[in-house]
Design a protein around this ligand. Structure first.
Ligand SMILES: Nc1ncnc2c1ncn2[C@@H]1O[C@H](COP(=O)(O)OP(=O)(O)OP(=O)(O)O)[C@@H](O)[C@H]1O
Ligand SMILES: O=c1[nH]c(=O)c2[nH+]cn([C@@H]3O[C@H](COP(=O)(O)O)[C@@H](O)[C@H]3O)c2[nH]1
Ligand SMILES: NC(=O)CC[C@H](N)C(=O)O
Ligand SMILES: [Mg+2]
Length: 530
């Protein structure tokens, strides 16, 4: 599938992060962007020649699960180190660099996982400039560099890593055993900046404004004169994607909002009101409630639901094509492109990251049908939510849109545990409206990332109401805090607020006689239950 995130090979000042199957490759790219240098992730299957041909301003080699001395482990060709490109190796990348340049890497038996102290060594600070002599880091390794290659200064060591960091300033090659990209390495960002600014001589010039310019240009190049529709949900991501496309090819774009019947109370009206007012974009609203309910009948498995919803979304966009074209009064024309507000976490959870496993098929990525004819335009595909919010603000979208809590495309369909029916949707919609109303009244909308209400539709429990026995459903409140939806913690909401929500739901929604609170972080839980 085509996507406009493919960037021109000559982009100035791009740092390429080579992914060796790391948990944190995108996090590295994101920290580099936080240092205001553009960065993106590429797979380790690219050869050194291909990497060099893309003319990166610097390269970062990520961590990964392999061991360099094992047969078949991904190696770095030493050619990369002779090209004059500054390189930083992290964890596996650090070990692979040492190995390629003649250093010694071995299983030391001293495994280090999690919080580890690292001590600066020798006279040269280099990467460690401005950090403490003994600093807390986050490690995750069982191999270690025993001897640095010739020409390198050893910068630091830890109990399990005799060479925990090294530098060859002349060739501009650097490495660290620990993970400077994670927040648990408090001085990590400084190390990344030392590499970028001092090691590689880059300057902090990139901003989210650059994303706007670059994506507008890329969208124009991709779309040409063709007609485009954008799936608009009322959420942040599609609003920002639509605003970018609107800026790029204005008149060729029509936004399509699908009312799939899995929406929350008042949502459809809100989209029409807020989005059109903010952007002036053309909007087509499609009432597709029947289609989705029919497709979901009898399905209880979460992945099956997601696939059915993903498929019906595309069928609904195809059905909307005619209405859109009629509106524009074009003859024989077709809509060639579909814009989606897909973000990086949607991609990686759907198993689309390099070597990443499938957690759940997001409807807009892993849930798409094979026979889809639209070409995709996904200008936000390599970004995280908070970056998207910054782009939205840059584009002048109002705070009510860019600050909005996320709501998943499959909507209430993945918050009913069991078969989705009209009646169950109605129950959940009423409970959800109460929870949202109380959260807003308590002034806590900005504090929580989102608060799904989940209906355990196949579960009943015994209750007593008005001196009589009830046999109703439980709902689960799932308030979470998060920075980017990749990890999350349960929100410690005030007890009296939780109490109010519970009382109101059980009083006002007859079918519900129990309200419970989900106190699981992510991992191990995910935010949504399905
Ligand atoms: N009801 C809908 N009608 C049309 N397109 C939709 C609808 N729901 C979701 N989409 C499409 O699927 C994409 C992914 O949905 P997702 O919920 O992740 O993003 P969002 O709704 O734009 O933002 P947020 O994550 O803040 O809710 C959207 O960006 C949009 O393109
Ligand atoms: O558009 C979407 N389509 C989907 O299929 C989907 N599944 C989860 N989500 C949202 O993604 C974030 C992470 O959710 P999980 O922790 O449940 O994976 C949370 O913000 C979820 O609400 C989805 N959004
Ligand atoms: N996190 C990593 O990159 C681990 C690298 C290597 N597999 C080790 O255990 O040392
Ligand atoms: Mg949404």
């Amino acid at each position: 599938m085509e996507s406009v995130t493919e960037r021109p090979e000559t982009a100035a000042q791009t740092v390429l992060v080579v992914d060796y199957g790391a948990q944190y490759a995108q996090l590295i790219a994101r920290r580099v962007r936080e240092a205001r240098v553009y960065s993106e992730v590429v797979p380790h299957t690219l050869s050194a020649a291909e990497i060099i041909a893309r003319r990166p301003a610097a390269v970062i080699l990520s961590g990964g699960p392999s061991s360099v001395y094992e047969p078949g482990a991904p190696a770095v060709e030493s050619e990369l180190f002779d090209a004059g490109i500054p390189v930083l190796g992290i964890c596996y990348g650090f070990q692979a660099m040492a190995h390629a340049l003649g250093g010694e890497v071995a299983r030391t038996g001293d495994r280090e996982y999690g919080k580890t102290d690292v001590t600066a060594e020798g006279p040269v600070r280099s990467l460690l400039e401005g950090t403490d002599d003994v600093q807390t880091t986050w490690m995750s390794h069982s191999d270690a560099v025993r001897t640095a290659p010739a020409g390198f200064d050893v910068l630091a060591s830890s109990d399990g890593a005799p060479v925990a960091a090294f530098a060859d300033a002349r060739r501009r090659l650097f490495g660290v055993q620990w993970h400077p990209e994670v927040k648990h390495s408090p001085q990590g960002q400084r190390i990344i900046e030392n590499f970028l600014y001092d090691g590689a001589g880059l300057s902090p010039e990139w901003t989210t404004g650059n994303i706007v310019e670059e994506q507008v240009a890329a969208i124009r190049a991709q779309v040409g004169e063709a007609r485009v529709i954008c799936g608009l949900s009322g959420g942040v991501d599609s609003a920002v994607a639509a605003a970018l496309v609107q800026r790029a090819v204005g008149e060729q774009l029509t936004c399509v909002f699908i009312d799939h019947g899995l929406l929350r109370h008042g949502e459809a009206e809100q989209v029409e009101r807020d989005f059109v007012a903010a952007t002036g974009a053309k909007l087509h609203v499609a009432d597709e409630r029947g289609r989705f309910l029919t497709a979901l009948a009898g399905i209880t498995d979460p992945e099956e639901k997601r696939k059915a919803i993903g498929r019906e979304f595309i069928r609904a966009f195809e059905a909307a094509e005619h209405a859109v074209l009629d509106q524009a009064a074009a003859e024989g024309a077709r809509v060639e492109f579909l814009v989606q507000g897909t973000l990086y976490p949607d991609v990686v959870e759907s198993g689309g990251g390099e070597g990443a496993s499938n957690i759940k098929s997001h409807h807009n990525v892993g849930g798409l049908p094979e026979d889809m004819e639209f070409k995709l335009v996904e200008p936000l595909r390599s970004l995280f939510k908070d970056e998207v919010r910054a782009v939205g603000a840059e584009l002048g979208l109002p705070q009510e849109i860019v600050g909005r809590q996320p709501f998943p495309g499959p909507g209430l369909g993945i918050r009913i545990i069991g078969e989705v029916t009209e009646h169950r949707l109605d129950i959940l919609r009423r409970a959800d409206a109460i929870a949202r109303e109380e959260l807003t009244a308590a002034g806590l909308d900005g504090e929580v990332w989102q608060m799904p209400v989940v209906l355990l539709a196949d579960v009943h429990s015994v209750g007593v109401q008005g001196d009589g026995r009830t046999y109703g459903h439980p709902v689960v409140l799932r308030p979470v805090s998060s920075e980017d939806a990749m990890t999350a913690d349960w929100s410690r909401l005030p007890y009296d607020l939780l109490g109010r929500i519970s009382t109101r739901i059980t009083n006002e929604v007859e079918e519900i006689n129990r309200v419970t609170l989900d106190v699981t972080s992510k991992p191990p839980g995910t935010i949504e239950w399905e």
